[in-house]
Design a protein around this ligand. Structure first.
Ligand code: IPD
Ligand code: CA
Ligand code: CA
Length: 270
């Protein structure tokens, strides 16, 4: 079996991404609120559970079986095959602190990135699966963004048309990690119509759904952002880092409804 980029359509890769998410959901849901959940602390002082590890292992096993020539970057088990022109990016549980405490805002993030001969790369398939919220978001490049509710109803999603900060709703995770951007960020919050820290992937998916206009986080890894990037952009929004560099490679993440993007980047630079 080979897996050159030409071998699979985006639709076939998206179907596989849903299968990976199904496998992850079966594991994570079973371990969510389990009394014997094993929680250990990683060297970066963040928690990891047996569910994070088992979820990533299950996804990797399916990828080895179905896309043996693709690379993989996963939060818990590192990177392999990055010389390939396609690689999957996996966050087996985004929101592990929520998972551990019984807060249902956690998700498995799955993305497929393709590299081009000019050195650029693009996320071409994404699934964000939040089974404890009964929601799954998905997209493939050029195909629009969708949310499936309770495994039943799938609907296309779009960002909002709000164009003034005084009418906008902003979400974030918390005030840690902002450094010198904290004061500009707080000023931005005070100019908005509404602010709430919904946190993690959830803020960004709410931007894609048009329920919020801005989601920002100051310190993120590729696996925190790759899946969010495509869903937000396919919903008509913009995903960049806080300096406005598009895509999920910039060390932090800013999703907007597009209309407010340059305004927000400018405010954060102040
Ligand atoms: C965390 C979430 C959170 C962000 C942290 C990440 P994890 O991921 O993405 O929103 O603020 O920096 O580490 O550890 O729960 O996968
Ligand atoms: Ca994460
Ligand atoms: Ca994680």
């Amino acid at each position: 079996m080979s897996s050159n980029s030409t071998d699979f359509s985006h639709g076939e890769d998206l179907t596989l991404a849903h299968r990976l998410a199904d496998a992850a959901d079966a594991i994570t849901l079973k371990r969510y609120q389990a009394l014997d959940l094993t929680v250990t602390t990683k060297p970066d002082n963040t928690p990891v559970t047996d569910a994070d590890k088992s979820s990533e292992e299950a996804i990797r096993a399916l990828l080895h079986a179905h896309r043996p020539n693709d690379g993989i970057v996963g939060e818990e088990f590192g990177s392999q095959g990055l010389e390939q022109n396609r690689y999957w990016v996996i966050d087996p549980i985004d929101g592990t602190k929520n998972f551990v405490r019984g807060v249902p805002t956690w998700a498995t993030l799955i993305a497929l990135i393709e590299r081009y001969s000019d050195g650029t790369q693009k996320t071409i398939v994404s699934v964000v699966s939040a089974p404890a919220l009964f929601r799954r978001w998905s997209a493939h490049l050029g195909g629009g963004a969708f949310v499936t509710i309770n495994h039943e109803t799938t609907k296309r999603i779009h960002v909002s048309g709000v164009s003034k900060i005084e009418d906008a709703s902003i979400s974030y995770s918390d005030f840690t990690g902002w450094g010198s951007m904290l004061e500009p960020f707080k000023s931005l919050l005070s100019a908005a119509w509404r602010t709430r820290a919904y946190g993690d992937f959830w803020s960004h998916m709410l931007v894609a759904e048009g329920a919020l206009e801005v989601a920002a986080e100051p310190t993120l890894a590729l696996w925190d952002m790759a899946a969010l990037d495509l869903i937000v952009t396919e919903a008509g929004g913009v995903f960049s880092n806080t300096s406005g560099i598009p895509g999920p490679h910039g060390g932090n993440g800013l999703s907007t409804n597009a209309a407010l993007h340059s305004y927000v980047v400018e405010q954060l630079r102040k």
